[in-house]
Design a protein around this ligand. Structure first.
Ligand code: SAM
Length: 328
């Protein structure tokens, strides 16, 4: 009973729900900032529980957004929660939370990729590397667009014992896109084993805790290009084969010679693009328009689906060799 009494003292006073806040401040999710919110407090509590006992600890939350995880971290008893949020629209809602949890929530309106965490917490929490971790946790439902650069940056800081790791072996509890999480935790010989697996596992012990279903996010995360992976891969591969040239040079190679000029022209017109852009200058939305246009052309002529320029070249080459053989 005593324990539950203590726990109750951590709970926040009544506040508008996270969904009400989203409506109140008209917080439409911005795709560019990879915003997909977790509004179910039972789920955010479950994520926070994975970090262990937070009572009296320091926490840095990455991208608090409308503050679902933030509430769970405060309810779990964190003494000092620092949140770093890039989008100014969320700051008023976070200030409301900060008033409800006096002196426990610090709000930084900034970019986690450049924020200096090494001076954000008191030096006295530092623990020698060989000892137990400091009472500092990093928690976040990571913005998808920054999760990979951020984890690479943090891994380098683990190696250098800098940034959040200047305090010791600071623990991280993070959500990742399923494919990234699988690569981070992939064991030897598994299909997902990649550079990221080695880079993370040579420095950290990585555990996969549980899978959050897509439907738990508002809005549900969706790929920015709604076409089959194989089609997207083919379009992107062809465009990038001449990365320094105008993108239409690679695009042309999606089509057999007989209709190459005409269909390339049609695809660019449908996607409404300037053909002199270079592959590296194309935005995801422009790749989406190109993939949609290519899917449309494939629906009109299904033989395009299996057309591969390289294959054609290889066969032509074989043809040339055969001819020579014949001549000899
Ligand atoms: N934590 C909230 C939740 O679970 O509902 C929001 C998660 S949403 C996937 C990612 C959040 O990170 C958004 O609030 C977005 O504005 C923020 N964000 C995106 N890029 C950021 C960056 N570079 N630095 C800090 N916050 C960022």
């Amino acid at each position: 009973m005593a324990t539950s009494g203590k726990l109750a003292s951590f709970r926040l006073p009544p506040l508008p729900t996270v969904s009400e806040l989203v409506k109140l401040y008209n917080l439409r999710a911005e795709k560019q900032l990879s915003q997909n919110f977790l509004l179910d407090l039972r789920l955010t509590d479950k994520i926070v529980r994975q970090a262990g006992n937070l009572k009296g600890t320091h926490v840095c939350e990455v991208g608090p957004g409308p503050g679902g995880l933030t509430r769970s971290i405060l309810n779990a008893g964190a003494a000092d929660l620092l949140v770093v949020e890039k989008d100014s629209r969320f700051i008023p809602g976070l200030k409301l939370l900060s008033e409800a949890a006096p002196r426990r929530l610090r709000i930084v309106h900034g970019d986690i990729l450049t924020y200096r965490m090494d001076s954000a917490f008191p030096v006295k929490i530092s623990r020698p590397w060989e000892e137990d971790p400091p009472k500092l946790n990093i928690i976040g439902n990571l913005p998808f667009s920054v999760s990979t650069p951020l984890i690479i940056k943090w891994l380098e800081q683990v190696a250098n014992r800098s940034g959040p790791f200047s305090y010791g072996r600071t623990q991280l509890t993070l959500t990742f896109q399923k494919e990234v999480a699988e690569r981070l935790t992939a064991s030897t010989s598994s299909r997902q084993r990649s550079r990221l697996s080695i880079m993370s596992q040579y420095l950290c012990t990585v555990h996969s805790c549980f899978t959050i279903p897509g439907k738990a996010f508002v809005p549900k995360p969706e790929p920015q290009i709604q076409q089959p992976f194989k089609l997207v891969e083919k379009v992107v591969r062809n465009i990038f084969q001449f990365r320094r040239k105008h993108f239409y040079k690679g695009l042309e190679k999606l089509f057999p010679e007989a209709c190459r000029v005409e269909l390339t022209h049609e695809m660019i017109a449908r996607a409404d693009l300037d053909p002199t852009l270079r592959p590296t200058e194309l935005k995801i939305t422009q790749f989406r328009a190109l993939c949609d246009a290519y899917a449309h052309l494939c629906s009109l002529d299904p033989s395009l689906v299996n057309y591969e320029h390289r294959e054609e070249l290889r066969q032509n080459k074989q043809g040339v060799i055969c001819t020579r053989l014949f001549c000899l």
